[in-house]
Design a binder for this molecule. Sequence first.
Ligand code: C2E
Ligand code: SIN
Ligand code: SIN
Ligand code: SIN
Ligand code: FE
Ligand code: FE
Length: 399
Amino acid sequence: MIKHLEDKIKLNRLLNLGTDLNRIHDPDALMERILKEARDFCSADAGSIYIAEKNHLLISYIQNDTLSENKVVYKEHHVPIDNFSIAGYCAKTGEIVLLNDVSDIGSDLPFKFNSDFDEMTGYKTKSILSIPMKGSLDRVIGVLQIINPLKNNTVSGIFTEEDTKTLLHFAGIAAVALQKAQLTKSIILKMIQMAELHDPSETGAHVHRVSAYSTELYIAWAVKNNISPEEIDRNKDILKLVAMVHDIGKVAISDLILKKPGKLTDEEYEIMKKHTVFGAKMFEEEHSEFDQAAREVILNHHERWDGNGYPGLCPAPDYESDKKTQGKKGKEIPLFGRIVSIADVFDALSSKRCYKDPWPHEKVIDFLKENSGKMFDPELIEIFIDNIDIMNSISQKFR
Ligand code: C2E
Ligand code: SIN
Ligand code: SIN
Ligand code: SIN
Ligand code: FE
Ligand code: FE
């Protein structure tokens, strides 16, 4: 009777959780939450999520209630997808692995327990339940693993058949979330390739450089402003991707204007300015953190700190309208917009364009300094110049 009631409560929690998880749009936050809930349901002291990349697994999320901070050092370690480790075997074969005593793995099994993590942290792993996360076509895209079931708050429990079923459920949700994030990334890369076909002279290397300058500028800004490492990690990944599409709206601009060898007329320039609003429209439908960041960058990368930039629609209910609005100024311009604006102009001036020759490096730096507080956020310009060696090495790398 009691057991029956417990099951009912558990099922109810599980059903409510489904709706709850649906509301989380940031993939990292979602994976952390799935891992947390999976551990909760199975009373596991620790757990991790591995993500498959080519022929290895990347440990991407680690949670451990016994250890505190030092766990983070192990994040981003690689495990080959082969039969010799527990997670590797799970990913390679697509099979569930349930081991209630890792010090006693039968000689019929091909893998061994890897004690590196325990040795490094002083943690004692006893039981492991490892479940493959399967995406479309049953392809393994990651592994969800929980460690050391608790009983009366001590590591003395064992994983059961029921835990396996529960964890399978969570592995399914995690797989869907991960696939969605991977799909977004692959769509972005395809969009950039299409833009490159439209305008081969300026796109490819330009978007990668602008993305890399922007990411480095953000990290330096964030460290200086005491943003937490977790937030920096998450934001830099989003910015890295969305900075690449800052000019994606140029696909809607006629070749006659886009590839004009000389200076644009006033009328042509007004049309050109619409690449901001055209681009932002492409990310209007979805409301994930990613889409919002993309709109932020696309719409704001030509705003100026002094308020004389474009398009100045705030927050842009009416993209098609020709009516002139006041540009945004200062910190009304979102941070990602202020960052990409500097990266974009630095790169445009340093490069050859169909309408201009590259400027010498010194002249580019002088331009940035002269426009600090005019076009650009003065704090960000200072950080950019302080990190100019990093920026120069990026421009060498993506020639
Ligand atoms: P883009 O080539 O990527 O340039 C980005 C921004 O870098 C420009 O935004 C501008 O702020 C700066 N920039 C680029 N070249 C110069 C320059 O020679 N002098 C100065 N002072 N700043 C420069 P902007 O002006 O809003 O232009 C946006 C986009 O419009 C440009 O992207 C480019 O695709 C196009 N464009 C702008 N002017 C011309 C032009 O005279 N001819 C042609 N064919 N396209 C132009
Ligand atoms: C999303 O669909 O919101 C995830 C995009 C990403 O960060 O890769
Ligand atoms: C982009 O689509 O992201 C770049 C387009 C361009 O620079 O012309
Ligand atoms: C942010 O922290 O995302 C915004 C802060 C700023 O606009 O400077
Ligand atoms: Fe632009
Ligand atoms: Fe650009």
